[in-house]
Design a protein around this ligand. Structure first.
Ligand code: FDP
Length: 302
């Protein structure tokens, strides 16, 4: 990227980070119901999914550097009026666990503006970020200048204003690690490879760390610096995770942090975008753990 593009990207980063503060506020004080409701005064109350989606689109419009944006909620190109980037995002991942007050997140992915995303792969991604709304709101972000995945947290400045502070300069994922997050476990009923892999993790005394929220379930791998998140599929339990809004940005960050990703046979970053609602299996984390995942999937194809 040339210095002009980097400056535009940094401008976009500022806006996106601000959106995360706004979304954090919406989650903290917003309505956690999934359906549109009418409040006491007859006002229409929007679901958190819709509210957070609006925060993101509004932010991207204001940034003035984004040509198109699309989200899990609105999976078609929306014109944002700028020139330089296309942004795909999931404004609120984990909407089925927000009501029980578990950690949820936002995922965003910045692509070059080539008028569309069809035909691109994860190798074209310029940068990406994931924000987790837990006891603290934090962000993982890929810094194009340093080539590092960084972690940011919120602090208050002397005037009590919220600001972002970088708390880790370079997040790295080790080659192996005995933490596992087994998503879509129902697939193991008719996917023998997954059943065998679960048995491997159990008998080798891996530590189970799974919440059912993709963002916290993946985020832990960056912070603990090891482990595997696996979301294999089966005939009875097909893919649910979406390539553009979840799988590709997460894979980009994992691989930039030194980890590995797979759809069962190759890196997620080599999957070509064919449509804006495409789904994919996902394994991500420590290199050796993801290699084992691939080996099991290859040996036990059913
Ligand atoms: P949710 O439906 O709660 O928004 O992709 C969405 C997601 O959550 C992921 O965060 C999570 O990993 C996955 O779905 C969980 O799916 P299941 O509840 O079907 O296991």
């Amino acid at each position: 990227m040339d210095s002009e593009q980097i400056a535009y990207l940094n401008q976009l980063k500022e806006h996106l980070f601000h959106a995360i503060l706004e979304i954090s506020d919406v989650i903290m004080y917003g309505d956690t119901h999934h359906v549109e409701t009418i409040n006491h005064f007859g006002d229409k109350q929007l679901s958190l999914d819709v509210l957070t989606d609006e925060v993101m689109f509004e932010t991207l419009r204001k940034s003035k550097v984004v040509k198109y944006a699309l989200s899990e909620e609105k999976p078609e190109l929306q014109d944002m009026g700028g020139d330089h980037f296309i942004v795909s995002f999931d404004p609120l991942d984990g909407s089925s666990i927000v009501d029980v007050n578990w950690s949820v997140g936002t995922i965003f992915c910045i692509w070059p503006n080539k008028d569309k995303l069809i035909g691109l792969t994860g190798r074209d991604i310029l940068s990406a970020g994931i924000a987790v709304y837990g006891p603290r709101t934090t962000i993982l972000w890929y810094n194009v200048e340093s080539g590092n995945v960084e972690e940011y947290s919120i602090k208050r400045d002397d005037n009590d204003k919220l600001m972002w502070v970088r708390i880790k300069e370079s997040v790295k994922i080790a080659e192996k690690g005995k933490i596992f997050a087994p998503a879509n476990m129902r697939a193991s009923a008719d996917n023998k490879a997954y059943e065998a892999l679960l048995e491997y993790w159990r008998t080798n005394k891996y530590t189970l760390r799974y919440t059912g929220g993709l963002v916290p379930d993946v985020y832990q791998i960056f912070i603990k610096g090891q482990g595997i998140f696996a979301n294999p599929v089966s005939k009875e339990a097909p893919a649910k995770l979406r390539l553009l809004y979840e799988v590709a940005p997460i894979a980009f960050l994992v691989e930039k942090a030194g980890g590995k990703t797979s759809n069962g046979s190759h890196s997620i970053l080599d999957i070509k975008v064919e449509d804006y609602t495409q789904k994919s299996p996902l394994a991500a984390g420590s290199k050796e753990e993801v290699e084992r995942f691939e080996k099991y999937m290859a040996e036990n194809r059913n």
